[in-house]
Design a protein around this ligand. Structure first.
Ligand code: NAD
Length: 445
């Protein structure tokens, strides 16, 4: 339970995307007064009207509640931010041409902040950035202002789809700073969480910056490891889901991030693993494990296409394919680096026609893929006139569809499931050809 009374602080969050909007809203929810700044005028206009630009469970209600309580405000104008005690940077750090984290958004925002800072401010970097970024930001701001400030690293570990819960019930808060004054501000800011038992981990800024990359790279490694096990399971006749249960019960291993599938995607893992790999290379360190993690992931995302062409041939002219799932994972509308997008592009290139359905991600997918793709407004709608079904995201509603219904709809009676959503016995019972990951394929009787 979070404590009811806090020392209210005035906080600014720069960048109102997945991390920034959640951070700002949750800080308002615990009682702080928060202004969110973004240069995207359309986004701020929508937020000002109470229209939430991203899908994140629980977020909409919380935004409305805190706007109504006058604790949450939105602006595009840096000149309006006043004199906050702390400013969070939640800006994109996409890969540049070499795969390194592009810091231009962080540095541009820091420049804008430097011009309007009025008195001592703690500048908190929530973006995922390589070791040395806090130093860079500090040096740049010093050139632009005489106002005192500290730069702190405070990486974010929330997961899209669980972002509000993860923020409100986080398992740790990592703060990298050697300034006692900045550390005190951070403790005050996060006091309700600390009172509720969340561990505050104070460390130097380099270790804090590295912690975020190490966390994401470790989780990506787990996923790639399990995908390698899955591929071997198929060859030797084992079932990866049983193997997962067998090893997941060992508390040294843990049950999470052990699901075989189409590999990791999204806006974080691919770019963060690559960025850490680039940092290693720049420092003349050959991070062999990360090279393998990325290679495995690259192969895994198109594995389902290989399984389709094994059965239907390389040329898919005239094959009409239903695709369930566009988001990189369930409970989000985020399609950045989603395996579904890569799969659809590949299938289109082979001449297939596609009708896709996703509960939340269609609007975002439309911006990335060919406009020949048709979209359905339900999972069953996508099956109409389809030859085969491809499952690319494990939304719960897909698993609730009866296999018999799928069998009846599909002309070629074939399901290619990249997320192991169905029990093989149920698909056999429905007389479907069912090809999944790390499990023996089901053939028709
Ligand atoms: P996002 O793209 O959803 O949001 C970034 C926002 O910053 C956008 O709204 C953009 O308009 C805004 N912006 C860009 N330049 C700006 C400027 N100069 N001033 C003000 N606003 C500006 O990004 P995100 O997914 O929230 O990620 C932000 C950072 O957090 C990244 O470094 C990411 O790696 C990290 N992170 C993301 C997640 C996640 O699940 N998305 C989790 C943990 C950490």
């Amino acid at each position: 339970m979070l404590s009811a009374t806090i020392q209210q602080m005035y906080i600014v969050v720069v960048g109102t995307g997945y991390v920034g909007l959640v951070t700002g809203t949750c800080l308002a929810e615990i009682g702080h007064d928060v202004t969110c700044v973004d240069i995207d005028e359309a986004k701020i206009k929508r937020l000002t009207k109470g229209d939430i630009p991203i899908y994140e469970p629980g977020l909409s209600d919380l935004v409305h509640k805190n706007v109504a309580a006058a604790r949450l405000h939105f602006t595009t104008d840096y000149a309006q931010i006043g004199a906050p005690a702390a400013i969070f940077f939640a800006l994109p750090t996409p890969p540049n041409g070499d795969g390194e984290a592009d810091l231009s958004f962080v540095l541009a925002a820091a420049k804008s902040v430097a011009k309007v800072m009025k008195n001592y401010t703690v500048l908190i970097n929530k973006s995922t950035v390589p070791v040395g970024t806090a130093k860079k930001v500090r040096a740049m701001i010093k050139e632009l202002t005489d106002v005192p400030f500290d730069v702190v690293s405070n990486p974010e570990f929330l997961r899209e789809g669980f972002a509000v819960t993860d923020f409100m019930q986080s398992d740790r808060i990592v703060v990298g700073s050697s300034s006692p004054k900045a550390r005190a501000v951070m403790e005050e800011l996060y006091q309700p969480f600390i009172n509720a038992g969340v561990q505050l981990m104070l460390m130097d800024e380099a270790s804090s910056e590295m912690t975020k990359y190490a966390a994401n790279s470790f989780l990506a490694t787990k996923i790639s490891f399990m995908n390698e096990i899955a591929n071997l399971c198929e060859i030797v006749g084992a079932d990866v889901d049983l193997v997962r249960e067998g090893i997941g019960s060992d508390e040294r291993i843990g049950r999470r991030f052990l699901y075989a599938g189409l590999g990791y995607g999204g806006s974080c893992f691919p770019k963060d693993v690559l960025a850490l790999h680039r940092v290693a290379a720049h420092n003349d360190y050959d991070f062999k494990l990360l090279t393998a993690v990325m290679d495995v992931n690259e192969r895994q995302r198109l594995l389902l296409v290989e399984k389709i062409t094994d059965r239907l041939g390389e040329n898919l002219d005239g094959v009409h394919i239903a695709v369930w799932g566009l988001a990189f994972k369930p409970d989000t509308d985020d399609v950045r680096e989603a395996p579904a997008i890569a799969i659809i592009r590949d299938l289109l290139g082979r001449g297939a026609t596609i009708k896709a359905y996703d509960p939340e991600a269609i609007a975002n997918a439309k911006r990335l893929i060919d406009d020949t793709v048709q979209y359905a407004d339900s999972a069953l709608g996508a099956l109409v006139d389809a030859d085969i079904l491809v499952i690319a995201t494990e939304w719960k509603e897909f698993a609730a569809v009866e296999p018999e219904v799928i069998a009846k709809a599909l002309r070629k009676k074939m399901v290619f499931d990249g997320r192991n959503l169905f029990a093989t016995a149920d698909m056999r019972q429905a007389d479907l050809i069912y090809v999944s990951i790390g499990r023996e394929a089901v053939e028709r009787a």
